[in-house]
Design a protein around this ligand. Structure first.
Ligand SMILES: NC(=O)c1ccc[n+]([C@@H]2O[C@H](COP(=O)([O-])OP(=O)(O)OC[C@H]3O[C@@H](n4cnc5c(N)ncnc54)[C@H](OP(=O)(O)O)[C@@H]3O)[C@@H](O)[C@H]2O)c1
Length: 307
């Protein structure tokens, strides 16, 4: 019997939201959750959700799990290491091809809109799209908006930060992760978009400077920003980063800032609002809400040891 939807990354922030939409809107026999860790089986099965082990480092696990799957959500792995991501993603695509999965829904990133971007973090996504074309599988690459929730890591802000160093600023269509999850699920259920790239974003853009204004207004802080050269940026941040991230991270982040300054994060598309049937939450409003709930809001990826 075929399985209509298999959701990888179901333990993560994005995949859990996709799954939650299916739980509320689709018969339980049509979907299953996946994680690389067998120990997560119980938490899904206790909720009446079928479970399969999918480990991108273990091709055999995927060949077993992808059997008779129609729609496969392919959550990009949560590493900034481009080479590691490439290998894991190639394993995934090989298994999807071998098991004749009908449609792979890949969670890419919105740097560049529908074009290519030189932001380091976008490279593994561009390579993955090319791998799917070469493998001749049916796929949709969902270029997911930059998470509003992740603003601290994009701009190097911690609750203790009074000065933010950036190597560039520009328009960013920051988009809430939970809403991206819902829109992604709705897209999969709707179907179509064969061998296409789609862009899911909020409808408005903000700059890092706008976000700093929201931080200051909402939490009564006096945070300042300074734009410095790429070399200075890498030097200052490597020497002072509270989260202990390594030099390589800041070399990469500098390219994200350069791409943002060139307008690569400023593309918006109406598809997300159409899928949701409402306007996605604008970034200013979303950041204000996050900081009102917790004045010392943090994002795990800002800390080298929190993954
Ligand atoms: N758009 C943005 O601004 C933005 C920001 C941050 C990240 N991202 C990207 O979006 C992706 C999804 O975001 P998220 O917030 O859901 O990330 P997340 O909460 O960190 O979840 C990542 C998921 O990847 C799974 N995973 C990790 N290694 C795996 C492996 N070897 N095999 C199979 N599954 C594996 C994890 O599941 P298990 O550990 O249970 O296997 C987890 O469910 C991230 O992975 C990252 O690539 C995007």
């Amino acid at each position: 019997m075929s399985l209509k939807y298999l959701i990888t990354g179901a333990t993560g922030g994005l995949g859990s939201q996709v799954l939650s939409y299916l739980v509320d809107n689709v018969p339980a026999s049509e979907y299953a959750a996946a994680s690389s860790n067998e120990s997560n089986r119980k938490r899904f099965e206790d909720r009446g959700i079928a479970f399969r082990v999918v480990n991108y480092d273990d091709p055999e696990s995927m060949e077993i799990a992808f059997k008779d799957v129609e729609n496969l959500l392919f959550v990009s792995t949560n590493t900034f290491d481009v080479a590691k991501r490439e290998k894991q993603h190639q394993n995934f695509i090989n298994a999807a091809k071998k098991m004749s999965v009908k449609h792979v829904w890949y969670t890419s990133l919105a740097f560049g809109g529908f074009k290519d971007s030189r932001a380091d973090v976008q490279q593994a996504h561009l390579i993955t799209e090319e791998m799917m074309r070469k493998a001749d599988i049916n796929f949709t690459s969902i270029r997911e908006g930059l998470y509003t929730d992740a603003f601290p890591v994009f701009m190097g802000w911690y609750p203790s930060t009074s000065k933010i160093y950036l190597s560039g600023d520009g328009p960013i269509a920051f988009t809430l992760r939970a809403e991206l999850g819902e829109a992604t699920a709705r897209l999969m259920v709707q179907g179509g978009h064969d061998r296409e790239i789609v862009l899911l974003t909020a409808q408005e853009t903000v700059s890092f400077t706008d976000i700093v204004d929201v931080i200051n207004e909402t939490t009564d802080r006096q945070v300042e920003t300074e734009i410095v050269s790429p070399e200075e940026f890498v030097k200052i941040k490597t020497a002072t980063d509270e989260g202990g991230k390594p030099k390589g991270f800041f070399r990469a982040l500098e390219t994200w800032h350069a791409a943002i300054a060139e307008g690569d994060a400023g593309f918006t598309d109406p598809l997300m609002a159409t899928l949701l049937g409402r306007k996605p939450t604008p970034a200013r409003e979303a950041v204000r809400a996050l900081l009102k709930e917790n004045r010392d809001y943090e994002w795990h990826q800002n800390y080298a040891k929190r993954g």
